[in-house]
Design a binder for this molecule. Structure first.
Ligand SMILES: *[C@@H]1O[C@H](CO)[C@@H](O)[C@H](O)[C@H]1NC(C)=O
Length: 474
């Protein structure tokens, strides 16, 4: 058995090597447009803080100049890391692969030699025809080894930035709370995050401690009004279906079918997406610039990214009020935790909980950001307005890549507690509050008063069947 110390050395070396970024990775130039299948390191919002700890802290915390602040608590809502495709995607990928394999080989005249060389369209087609479909259904959405690394690295960076909250002392004291969705990929992510903290603190773990809480982190499944009114309701998702058959997707579908030498009819919109997913998965799981990526250019990727944004907007975010309400339990949990951590205390009282780590899904983060009223554009994305949506804020590639995170840091400052919001490790202002500095916590509470006093999951979710916005008083 490998000793824990050896494991630590190997992992730290691997992390250092990848940090140096010595090999300019060969990635498709549209790697920042894979929607929720984007790697964290390719996501456009992600800027890895560099330099000494003080510089890291300055880059993350915006406190008024001259005001002394000390971080006292951190709550992080984190999406699982890079994962294998789910069964549904795997089936579509297999169907595409089979379709190519069985499609009639391009006709060749008698005696004609292999006519085209490496890099030609025919050569690429042939590479895809011979491509080994290695995904199997038992992989169904599990965390990939790269996903473990995503979470480990995130934990290490956060521990570097906030050593008093995620460093050795709170870790040894067992004072860092970790809650997770019960899905396998999230539980594995919760372990990997703790592994990262232990590595950084050089503490040999006895065992990792986390508790599954689906009521908090997968509450969306338990909301009847949502499941019936949105998730299973084609009308509620009409914009997505419309775009799927709209002019941008149709043009792309024909273009890719031509590249593959397939009749237009046989490459359905789902199979077109499967090809794009293959390109993204091979990168996210194996760090490969897959031959599937040659089917697309950057403009094509933006169309498919928009398809993902439409789906997430209407299915998982602002599109319908009841969807945001699925996040009420998480919202109240987070603010209760912050309230407790910020409460004035005597020196004899037990110190506040340093950190609360909550591991979930894109559908955990998006309604939560939605409740906070973030990333809401003036004009919602629809099937018809793709051309005018280039500058939209709601962009899944930058909001919910693998290992996406929303971090709330409570600071003890001279003028009272302040709250710094970080989205994917970049400071973000709260809507309606001045952008430049971490606002006073009481101002944040005032801005969300209506939610703190309302946001009733049971009322919204049980009362709303028959229409996402129906008056529940009836
Ligand atoms: C489905 O969605 C539409 C549009 O949002 C809504 O008007 C309708 O009431 C919903 N149907 C159900 C059964 O919730």
């Amino acid at each position: 058995m490998l000793s824990a110390a050896a494991v630590v050395v190997v992992v730290v070396l691997a992390i250092l090597a990848s940090r140096r970024g010595c090999s300019p990775a060969d990635v498709p130039d549209f790697a920042a447009h894979f929607g929720s299948k984007t790697r964290y390191e390719d996501s456009s919002a992600y800027r890895r803080p560099l330099g000494d700890p003080a510089a890291v802290e300055r880059s993350l915390l915006r406190v008024p100049s001259g005001e002394r602040c000390v971080p006292v608590h951190l709550t992080a809502v984190v999406r699982h890391g890079s994962r294998y495709p789910t069964v549904k995607n795997i089936r579509a990928m297999r169907e595409l692969s089979d379709l190519l394999r069985t499609a009639a080989s391009p006709r060749r005249d008698e005696g004609e030699a292999e006519p085209e060389g490496e890099g030609s369209a025919a050569w690429r087609r042939d590479v895809l025809r011979r491509w080994d479909m290695w995904y199997t259904e038992d992989m169904d959405g599990q965390l990939a080894p790269k996903g473990r690394e995503d979470l480990r690295r995130l934990a290490i960076r956060l521990a570097d930035a906030f050593p008093s909250l995620l460093g050795e002392e709170p870790l040894r004291g067992g004072r860092i709370r970790v809650l997770t969705s019960s899905k396998h990929r999230c539980v594995s992510s919760a372990e990997a995050f703790q592994e990262g903290l232990h590595l950084r603190a050089n503490v040999t773990p006895v065992r990792y401690r986390h508790r599954a809480d689906d009521g908090l982190l997968r509450s969306i499944d338990g909301c009847r009004g949502y499941v019936e009114g949105v998730e299973k309701n084609r009308t509620a998702l009409a914009e997505v279906y419309k775009f799927k058959r709209g002019p941008e997707m149709e043009a792309l579908r024909k273009k890719v079918a031509d590249k593959l030498g397939l009749p237009h009819r046989s490459l359905t919109p789902d199979l077109l997406e499967a090809a794009f997913f293959l390109c993204s998965y091979e990168l996210a799981i194996k760090s490969l610039h897959s031959p599937w990526c040659f089917l697309f250019d950057r403009e094509d990727a933006k169309v498919l990214e928009y398809k993902c944004d439409l789906k997430l907007f209407w299915k998982r975010a602002h599109g319908h009020a009841v969807t945001l309400a699925t996040s009420c339990p998480l919202f109240h949990h987070v603010f209760r935790t912050l309230d407790k951590a910020g409460r004035p205390r005597r020196s004899s009282d037990t110190p506040p909980e340093p950190a609360s780590i909550l591991i979930g899904h894109a559908e955990t983060l998006l309604p939560f950001l939605g409740l906070l009223n973030l990333y809401k554009d003036e004009t919602p994305p629809t099937a018809d307005n793709y051309p005018s949506q280039h500058a939209r804020h709601f962009r899944s590639s930058s909001l919910v890549p693998y290992a996406a995170n929303v971090v709330l840091v409570l600071l003890d400052c001279a003028r009272g507690p302040r709250l710094q919001l970080l989205v994917n490790e970049a400071p973000v202002g709260f809507p309606g509050l001045p952008e430049e500095n971490a606002p006073l916590y009481r101002d944040v509470r005032a801005a969300y008063r209506h939610l703190l006093d309302g946001c009733d999951f049971h009322k919204e979710c049980e009362g709303a069947v028959g229409g996402p916005r129906r008056n529940t008083e009836l």
